[in-house]
Design a protein around this ligand. Structure first.
Ligand code: SAM
Length: 238
């Protein structure tokens, strides 16, 4: 194939399985053409939610998440790295691990930010030892995974967080699903793969993490698609 002028590459398109992400080359090209960073291009142009990443990071800063000066950070599904890049402007961890199924994006993040890509295996963080991470985060991931995938990752997130560490992720809870919003999703939302947007009950999350030694410290809304998700911040008991 190579001699015939073709390369075999892994397909990444936003209509494929949930372990694919938006196409790498085309997105980078479009961001460059728009004169924007890839993160700002996704916020402003692709998602129509300018400043969305910035506002979540600002909220996390106000809650003291970065003041703890995390030495180890782990992010599930960083994609383009729009949260990763801004996180690295807020703190200087010695080690930043990612679990990302879209290979071209994972490679780009390793090359650009010096993060460590861990092998993904379904919804496991097995390569990361227990109690080794100060800040575990995932943004806009659990509204694309199935209930079981998200739940399996929740157990893993609690396991790898060190006592005194924080866990941050967003989910589309009942707080984000009043009748008018459900109508908006039903009539306008959902382009992409079938599991988007997936909902997750807030109480189930909070109660589960409580049994894993992690208590809810804060929650706030962040824009997503036609509506929002709820960002939950947990602290693991020391
Ligand atoms: C909707 S995107 C969000 C990307 C990024 N966090 C953001 O907000 O721009 C979901 C991300 O999760 C990744 N992903 C899907 N399944 C995954 C899995 N099982 N483990 C880790 N990452 C996964 C996708 O490749 C994609 O990068």
């Amino acid at each position: 194939m190579g001699r015939a002028g073709f390369d075999i590459v892994r397909s990444t398109n936003n209509r494929g399985g949930v372990d694919d992400f938006i196409p790498f080359e085309a997105t980078m090209r479009a961001a460059r053409a728009a004169g924007l960073s890839v993160g700002d291009y996704i916020d402003e142009v692709m998602n129509g939610t300018p400043g969305a990443t910035r506002s979540t990071i600002d909220e996390l800063r106000a809650l003291g998440v970065f003041a703890a000066d995390p030495e180890t950070v782990l992010e599930i599904g960083p994609g383009s790295g729009r949260y990763l890049e801004k996180t690295l402007k807020e703190c200087s961890p010695g080690r930043y691990e990612i679990y990302e199924t879209a290979a071209p994006w994972a490679d780009y993040l390793v090359d650009t930010f010096g993060v460590v890509a861990r092998p993904t295996a379904e919804f496991s963080l097995a390569p990361t030892p227990d109690g080794s991470i100060d800040l575990v985060q995932a943004h806009k991931v659990f509204n694309t995974l199935t209930f079981l995938g998200a739940s399996r990752y929740f157990f893993e997130m609690a396991r790898v967080t060190r006592p005194g560490g924080r866990i941050v992720f967003d989910v589309m809870t009942e707080t984000c699903l009043d009748p008018a919003t459900m109508r908006a999703w039903a009539t306008q939302g959902g382009a992409g793969h079938d599991s988007y947007p997936a909902a997750m009950p807030r109480t189930a999350c909070v109660d589960l993490f409580a049994t894993l030694g992690c208590s809810l410290e804060a929650g706030f809304l962040a824009p997503m698609g036609v509506a929002s998700t709820e960002v939950l911040v947990f602290g693991k008991g020391a």
